[in-house]
Structure formats: structure tokens, C-alpha cells
Design a protein around this ligand. Structure first.
Ligand SMILES: *Cc1c(COP(=O)(O)O)cnc(C)c1O
Length: 404
């Protein structure tokens, strides 16, 4: 059993009130709250050991560089990469995917195809649309079934000799669906395509092994993983990163610059132009250490019980329509309520101290697929309790009285 009460003690923010009621934070899929270990690590660095990385010969620069590179190693262990040099720090998932699309895109053009899915976050759609606009690359989408799974038969039919890249999410931020990534990657490789995985949600809720998945690229953000904003990760297989041209130019990413020539540094530094998110990487490093000391399987079971509790509490509530009912889905509950707009639902729930998200969740094609323009979403983290799940159910029943 996961000790949620003990875990909650690590999160100062969870003790505050909203509208005179205890905060019930059910918006962790948008961004998770931060444990004291993360706050302390960043404060400690600023108070005791801070300088720019990689270019100093003084004590503080060396200490900070060590902490920054240790963060890289902690990420390596978290996702079981073969080498820390396969870990590139970015601003987040969005920048990681833009990096790949932009760098790989330099060698793509008309006749080349990229396969995405209808359940992607805009972060894994728009960069590829930009390649379509700029370079004439064709973008294709794997359809989503009524329960919210990828149609894998249709996927295989989309693959062909012109497929250069398959980019799909490991876990949907709207549906909670966990996709069979190893299988998807294997099929992509079978036609000679690369595979990129958007792991922004999956890395939070389960264990990720990039070698077992065999993905060429894997992207995630620090702030959803209980770490700070402003830092994320692009994992890339060593040979894939080595074959990609640089993304941005500047300091730290070169090996030699003269007035008429430049040679680039090897990965990962080739892709980290300018001063990197140093404090943020240190914060992410602390988040990974803190999370890794907990029982990840017990956390997954706990999050599952929160979802089950809400489902049980809303059993028979035919005025709630859940979007995404895939077997084995993660702890995300997206829904619409009859006669109510999602924004109104979120505002009324907020009066009861319950924080949920409402809108398109940066996944407009997916909402189009389900014939809605917006939905509400409750998403769970390890610090949520069964009582909070009950609070949501109770607040939803009260919300309904406003609309019926
Ligand atoms: C949040 C999210 C993103 C975007 O992450 P950023 O931190 O905003 O860059 C991409 N994909 C999924 C599945 C997400 O949940």
C-alpha cells in the first residue's frame, strides 16, 4: 500500500485552502505540484553552489557542472538509456519534439511521410504541420476507436516505403490511454521509419525503459514529473542524435568557431545551445531522486484506485459522459456533463475547492473526433486521496443542480 498521507507531507502547497475549503488539486496532468526536496535542491544551489556550467575553472563552476551532469545521469537511470550522452536537456516536451522535427526536417521534403495519431497533444502535431507547410511533407494520422484506443490495423495500413517518422504519445493526456509503444515502434522500424514517443504523461505514471521500447526518441517535461518548469528531456539513441544537424546555434554547442567556419560539439551538447536550464535541471534531478525512492508500482495502484473510486461514485450518473474508456488506462478522467459547458463546470467545482481543467487540453483533433468542442478533466497524482476523489464526486452532483 502506498502511504499517501506521508507523501502529502512533502508538498507544502497541498496544505492551503481555496475558497475557504481544503484544496483538492486534480490538475496534475497539466502540471504537478512540487515536493520540498525539489524546492530545497534549487534553493540550496542558489544559496551555496551556483555558477554557469562547463566553462569555468573555479570551484563554483565545477560544482554546478557536476550537479548539472548528475541530473543527466539521473535521467539516464530513470528511463534506462544506454548512456547519459543520449540525454539532451530542453525546455520541455514541446521543445524536444520541435528539436527533432526541425533538425530531421532539414532532410525531409515532398514525398516523405510522417505518421502521427489523432490523440496527440498539439506539441506532437504542430511541429509536423510546420514541416508540411514549409517542406511539403505529408502528415497522416492513426485513427482512434470509440473507447479511445489507437486503431492498429489502420496504423499498419498507413505505413509504407515513404514513411520517415512515426510520432505518437505513450499515454494520452485526455483519454488516459496507454499505447502499445513497443509494437508501434517495431512496425515503424520494419518499414525503415524512425519512432518518436511523447512521454510527457507516461513517464509520470509508470516506469519507462527506452531500450525495451526501442524508441529512437523519447520526450518529456520536468514540471509534470514533480520537477520545475523550464526543463525537459529529449532522449535520442546515440547514432540518431549523432546524425541530426544542430537545432539552435550559440555557445556550448560548438567545438571550434572561426570567422569562416564552425564545427559542432558532439551530442548531447550539440543540442544545448546557450546557458542551459541549470537550476531547473538540478530541481528535476531532485524530483527523480525523490520519486525513485518511492514504490512506483504502489503509486500506480494507488492512482488506479482513485480513478476506480470516481467511476464507482458516478455509477449510474447518466448525465456524465466519460471520454476515453480504454482498458488499462491511466488515472485521467475526462468528461462532459449534459447541458453544461466545461468551463462552467470547472468554475463551479472551483467554488468547492476542486481544481480541474476544462477546454481542449491542447488536443483539438481528438475532441473533434469525439464530437465535442471542450471537456473537463480531472487528473490524478500520487498525492491525491480517496477522500479527494469523493470530494470531486460530491461537487459534481452539486454542480449538476445548477444545470437541471
Ligand atoms: C503536457 C504535454 C505536452 C507538452 O508539454 P510541455 O511541458 O507543455 O512542453 C505534450 N504531450 C503531452 C501528452 C502532454 O501531456
Amino acid at each position: 500500500m502506498f502511504d499517501v498521507a506521508k507523501a502529502r507531507e512533502d508538498f507544502p502547497i497541498l496544505h492551503r485552502e481555496v475558497n475557504g475549503r481544503p484544496l483538492v488539486y486534480l490538475d496534475s496532468a497539466a502540471s504537478a505540484q512540487k515536493p520540498r526536496a525539489v524546492i530545497a535542491a534549487m534553493t540550496h544551489a542558489m544559496e551555496n553552489s551556483y555558477a554557469n556550467v562547463h566553462r569555468g575553472l573555479h570551484a563554483l563552476a565545477n560544482e554546478t557542472t557536476e550537479a548539472y551532469e548528475k541530473a543527466r545521469e539521473n535521467v539516464r537511470v530513470l528511463i534506462n538509456a544506454a548512456s547519459a550522452s543520449e540525454v539532451v536537456f530542453t525546455k520541455g516536451t514541446t521543445e524536444a519534439i520541435n528539436l527533432v522535427a526541425s533538425s530531421l526536417g532539414q532532410s525531409l521534403g515532398a514525398g516523405d511521410e510522417v505518421v502521427l495519431s489523432v490523440m496527440e497533444h498539439h506539441a506532437n502535431i504542430v511541429p509536423w504541420h510546420m514541416l508540411r507547410e514549409r517542406r511539403g511533407v505529408e502528415v497522416k494520422f492513426i485513427p482512434v476507436t470509440d473507447v479511445g484506443e489507437l486503431d492498429l490495423v489502420a496504423y499498419r495500413n498507413l505505413l509504407g516505403p515513404r514513411t520517415r517518422m512515426v510520432a505518437v504519445s505513450h499515454m494520452s493526456n485526455v483519454l488516459g490511454t496507454v499505447n502499445p509503444i513497443a509494437e508501434i515502434v517495431r512496425d515503424a522500424h520494419a518499414v525503415g521509419a524512425l519512432a518518436l514517443v511523447d512521454g510527457a504523461q507516461a513517464v509520470v505514471h509508470g516506469r519507462v525503459d527506452v531500450q525495451a521500447l526501442d524508441a529512437d526518441f523519447y520526450a518529456f517535461s520536468g514540471h509534470k514529473l514533480y520537477g520545475p518548469t523550464g526543463v525537459g528531456v529529449l532522449y535520442g539513441k546515440a547514432d540518431r542524435l549523432a546524425s541530426l544537424p544542430p537545432y539552435q546555434g550559440g555557445g556550448e554547442m560548438i567545438s571550434r568557431v572561426t570567422l569562416d567556419a564552425v564545427t559542432y560539439a558532439d551530442p548531447p551538447h550539440r543540442f544545448e545551445a546557450g546557458t542551459p536550464p541549470i537550476l531547473e535541471a538540478i530541481g528535476l534531478s531532485a524530483a527523480i531522486e525523490w520519486l525513485s525512492a518511492l514504490d512506483r508500482d504502489a503509486i500506480a495502484a494507488h492512482e488506479r484506485s482513485l480513478y476506480d473510486r470516481i467511476k464507482a461514485g458516478l455509477n449510474g450518473a447518466n448525465w456524465i459522459h466519460e471520454i476515453g474508456r480504454a482498458p488499462g488506462k491511466g488515472a485521467i478522467f475526462s468528461f462532459t456533463m449534459e447541458g453544461a459547458h466545461a468551463h462552467d463546470i470547472a468554475q463551479i467545482l472551483d467554488r468547492y475547492g476542486v481544481a480541474v481543467r476544462a477546454g481542449t487540453h491542447c488536443a483539438e483533433p481528438l475532441l473533434d473526433r469525439f464530437g465535442v468542442t471542450s471537456s473537463a478533466r480531472a487528473s490524478f497524482a500520487l498525492y491525491n486521496t480517496l477522500e479527494e476523489a469523493d470530494s470531486l464526486v460530491e461537487a459534481l452532483h452539486k454542480t449538476r443542480t445548477f444545470f437541471s
